[in-house]
Design a protein around this ligand. Structure first.
Ligand SMILES: [Zn+2]
Length: 491
């Protein structure tokens, strides 16, 4: 085929790509695919960018010493090992190599297949093969998608956790994405996964930042507000503006609405209105003090997400909206979302399209999405305690969990020094909760040293009853967590 060309890369590889007539074109680059479509080869629209040594240095740093998808010993980011590199490879489409011939360009992995719409995504829209930008799911087009595409509340919460983790990892290294938006974070609600793309416009410490402003609706107010000002006064995208953009995305994933674009009109002139609404005068639609931008029909609010997320959203969209240093860090979002995840409970209404909600108030066990009260007589709450290091016998609460039939326990629910992040040794279910004839049991799947409340071993395949008031070490292990069982009667 005469439309096949060869690219020579910085690492000395030759990569074939297919030249097409109208290649997909973004703001900065256009894209060709390799014949097997596993990689993309991108070149710059503007030859000046392609020749800019600043851009070359930045992309070299992104591919090399700042790269969380490659182990440190292979030239990737500091402290990265094979496991964390493999974990983060799934979180981003991180550039792999630089093209040096025929001209400067970038090689990246193609988006994984599940981030493209398939045959049965919609009866009405022609979207087969389109990438899954989150506004397909959070905006007006949502109603034209088949319900099998939409996921549920739990899958959107999982996407939020993965996004906060991906952003946290970049920020830990000092990198900022600078343009987090539905276009640059693809989501797949069916599997509860997301992938951060357009990594080559990252802001790298000490290297010249790219001329990115951001995307309407996701740009931090201070960036929009200072756009026309001289360079000294202007605010540029960075870590703090990422924290705003990320929170807007998470709010949209959870509520399917924008946190700032509400009913308030700021100016008769539509352009000025937009500029004030998202910039200088931006107001959270749920602001508890200034209610001028509050829609009439807010059924579900941040209060319904429990204390951890309510606090984070209030900090980012009230205090932090015009005060960037008040915005919670990505790691705070990751932790708050994980704590919230532990409070998920299934909805008792078989027709509830959210299927899960946050049971943060046991005295009011009602799904806020459909108004259905839990049709069960009891709720099981598990409190997990860890031993203070160097202080045996002193315990502190590590986490709490609302459990129901089939709630899984993984390695981070058993050990004090393991968290459900990229460093977790595995993500397998080790044991689970079973409800049978009104009683709760802990069923062991694979643990060799699981204990029962009376201290005897529970072999794999066996179960032990979790009766109210039981408090016991889960494992015969120094770093084992202690679990306390509480049972609440609700009906
Ligand atoms: Zn419901």
């Amino acid at each position: 085929m005469d439309n096949i060309r060869r690219a020579l890369t910085m690492s000395g590889r030759e990569i074939e790509y297919v030249v097409t007539k109208n290649p997909p074109r973004g703001g900065m680059k256009y894209t060709y695919f390799t014949p097997d479509k596993s990689l993309v080869v991108q070149f710059f629209n503007d030859p000046e960018n392609a020749a800019d040594p600043g851009i070359h240095d930045r992309i070299k740093a992104i591919i090399g010493r700042y790269n969380p998808t490659v182990p440190e010993k292979l030239g990737g980011a500091n402290g990265n090992d094979e496991r964390t590199a493999a974990y983060f490879s799934k979180c981003y489409c991180w550039p792999l190599d630089i093209v040096v011939r025929p001209e400067f360009g970038i090689i990246s992995p193609a988006y994984p297949k599940n981030f493209f719409f398939g045959d049965n995504a919609s009866q009405i829209l022609q979207i087969k093969g389109k990438d899954k930008k989150s506004n397909w799911f959070t905006g007006r087009s949502r109603k034209y998608l088949n319900s099998s595409e939409l996921g549920d509340f739990r899958s959107m919460l999982q996407i939020s956790i993965l996004l906060s983790r991906a952003v946290r990892r970049m920020h830990q290294a000092g990198l900022a994405h600078s343009d987090l938006s539905p276009n640059n974070v693809l989501v797949d609600p069916r599997t509860g996964t997301c992938v951060v793309i357009d990594i080559d416009s990252l802001v790298v410490p000490g290297l010249f930042p790219p001329e990115v402003i951001g995307t309407r609706g996701y740009v931090a107010p201070e960036v929009l507000q200072t756009l026309g000002m001289d360079r000294k006064q202007r605010k540029f995208p960075g870590v703090q503006t990422d924290l705003h953009s990320m929170a807007v995305l998470i709010y949209e994933y959870i509520f399917l609405r924008h946190p700032i674009i509400g009913p308030k009109i700021y100016s008769e002139d539509p352009e000025q209105d937009d500029y004030l609404c998202l910039g200088e005068k931006a107001t959270f639609i749920e602001d508890p003090v200034d209610t001028s931008n509050r829609p009439d029909d807010l059924k579900v609010t941040v209060n319904d997400l429990g204390p951890h997320l309510e606090d984070l959203f209030m900090r980012v969209f009230c205090k932090g909206l015009h005060n960037p240093s008040e915005r919670p860090a990505a790691i705070e979002w990751e932790r708050g979302l994980l704590k919230t995840w532990n409070l998920l409970h299934s909805c008792s209404n078989p027709n509830c399209d959210k299927r899960y909600f946050i049971l943060h108030d046991i005295n009011n066990p009602v799904c806020p999405f459909c108004g259905t009260r839990i049709k069960d007589d009891t709720i099981l709450k598990l409190d997990f305690y860890a031993q203070r290091r160097g202080n045996p016998g002193r315990w502190f609460k590590k986490s709490e969990m609302i459990a129901e039939n089939n709630t899984p326990l993984c390695v981070w629910n058993l050990h004090s020094n393991v968290f459900p992040d990229e460093k977790a040794p595995d993500r397998e279910v080790k044991a689970y909760i079973q409800k049978k004839e009104g009683r709760y049991y802990l069923v062991n799947l694979t643990l060799k040293n699981l204990l029962s409340p009376d201290g005897s071993t529970v072999p794999p395949g066996y179960a032990t009853e979790l009766y109210p008031g039981a408090a016991f070490r889960l494992l015969r292990d120094d770093d084992s967590l202690l679990m306390k069982v509480e049972l609440f009667n609700i009906n």
